[in-house]
Design a protein around this ligand. Structure first.
Ligand SMILES: Cc1cc2nc3c(=O)[nH]c(=O)nc-3n(C[C@H](O)[C@H](O)[C@H](O)COP(=O)(O)OP(=O)(O)OC[C@H]3O[C@@H](n4cnc5c(N)ncnc54)[C@H](O)[C@@H]3O)c2cc1C
Length: 407
């Protein structure tokens, strides 16, 4: 089982009776209640078995309090927001799911309204739906979050993997994160530098370090977006190539991002009748691989040229990036998957219950009746195929619980 679901260090695991007692105690806290659900119900990939219990928390205090009660009793738990970055196994009966669900509205903090940098601070509970926050900020003409429109999940999970899209990352907007420390049992505000934020990573991901209960963001107030950095989005908004730091009204950027995402099946379809199975996914399943140094880049290009030809190699997306080990290059996982012989909609067999999205090769999807084993088989086939073709090993982006990808 992934360490994200583990106990804090030095806590011995609880017996079944102790689990039941701790869950009963946790649900007496204000803002906490027991809910009947499986992980398939709680995740966007819609796979995963029934946990020992599901405790739903509707306030930041309840979220910290419930995790504290369960941790002190030695009950293995997993904090779940929108379940949109999780792959959960079918056998997870020893685990309690603690869900963050908030109906509270985001708040603009008055004392910051005239800050010297012309930004305001906005605070939201961890259980707030991420896109509700973005929608609210755009309606209030606040700039910063617009490129992150349409990302599923909750505010509390946004710093966990430093969400990003269309040239923006949440790390650039974060002011402070209110964190319940699962070892000390204390809740404090921490600044982003305490989280080791990097590409789709923070030290909260894959760890039992802490629980985010609230998040503060610094947003601009002139009604314009952050400078647009992503070519596809900029073109859609009519940006000319010689425009320096192009900015556009936040509402226009949000609309353009949502349209682009919908075309790739990257906006959730929550309807029960005839749902779009391309959205039954965990989003981008693999991170874009990064290699360090010119020699490593040349080695990939050689493999791509040998397999796909020189024209394809020269058209392959490849972006300079910095890494802790020096200058590096980032490749597009979607491009590599497609060129390794996995087209949109690909399945292991014609009637397999899991397959690549018909709109985007980077999304592994549940076509309606997939188990976690079907997702693992699909992910293994794609990862191994890309490795055989180009010598690059794709790393999964979601958090895995109770199930692993074979080496
Ligand atoms: C269709 C689709 C499109 C997507 N597009 C993008 C995209 O463009 N960019 C991007 O970055 N991601 C994307 N994702 C991935 C996902 O939406 C994000 O990672 C999102 O932030 C996950 O939020 P969540 O609330 O669903 O987290 P969950 O899936 O519920 O949890 C993910 C991890 O965070 C932990 N966690 C959750 N809440 C808390 C908390 N309050 N405190 C501490 N830990 C917590 C969980 O324990 C788990 O380890 C996409 C997913 C889907 C399904």
């Amino acid at each position: 089982m992934s360490s994200a679901a583990s106990l804090p260090p030095s806590v011995p695991p609880a017996s079944a009776t102790a689990v039941a007692e701790a869950v009963a105690a946790a649900t007496t806290l204000a803002g906490a209640r027991l809910r009947d659900a499986t992980f398939a119900d709680l995740t966007t990939l819609r796979v995963g078995g029934r946990p020992a219990a599901v405790v739903e928390c509707s306030t930041p205090g309840a979220l910290a309090g419930v995790v504290g009660v369960l941790d002190r009793a030695g009950v293995p738990l997993l904090v779940v927001g929108g379940g949109s970055n999780l792959v959960v196994g079918d056998d997870v009966a020893d685990l309690v799911a603690v869900t963050a669900v908030t109906t509270g509205v985001p708040e603009k903090l008055a004392e910051d309204a005239e800050a010297a940098d012309g930004r305001v601070t906005v605070r939201a509970d961890a259980g707030t739906v991420w896109d509700d926050l973005v929608d609210w900020s755009v309606a209030a003409s606040l700039g910063g979050l617009e490129c992150l429109s349409g990302i599923p999940g909750t505010v509390g999970a946004a710093p966990v993997q430093n969400i990003g899209a269309y040239g923006a990352e949440v790390s650039a907007l974060l002011h402070r994160v209110r964190l319940y420390d699962r070892t000390s049992g204390e809740t404090t505000w921490v600044t982003p530098d305490a989280l080791d934020l990097s590409y789709r990573y923070s030290n909260l991901k894959f760890s039992a370090r802490g629980v985010v209960t609230e998040v503060e963001f610094r947003l601009t107030t002139d009604g314009l977006s952050m400078p647009l950095r992503f070519g596809e989005l900029a073109r859609r908004l009519g940006v000319s190539p010689d425009e320096d730091h192009p900015r556009r009204p936040v509402a226009d950027v949000r609309a353009a991002v949502l349209a682009l995402r919908a075309g790739k099946g990257m906006v959730l379809d929550t309807s029960d009748v005839d749902p779009d199975h391309d959205t039954w996914s965990a989003g981008s399943f693999f991170t874009n691989p990064v290699v360090v140094g010119e020699d490593a880049r040349a080695a990939v290009l050689t493999r791509v040229t040998a397999r796909c030809g020189a024209d394809a190699a020269s058209a392959m997306p490849c972006y300079p990036t910095s890494t802790p080990d020096g200058p590096g290059y980032k490749f597009s996982a979607a491009w590599l998957i497609e060129h390794a012989g996995f087209p949109k909609g690909w399945k292991i067999t014609g009637d397999a219950p899991a397959g690549l999205s018909t709109k985007h090769t980077l999304a592994l999807t549940n076509r309606g009746a997939a188990s976690s084993a079907d997702i693992v088989a699909l992910a293994t086939a794609v990862r191994d195929g890309v490795r055989d073709a180009f010598g690059l090993t794709l790393e999964p982006e979601p958090v895995w619980i109770g199930v692993t990808l074979p080496a």
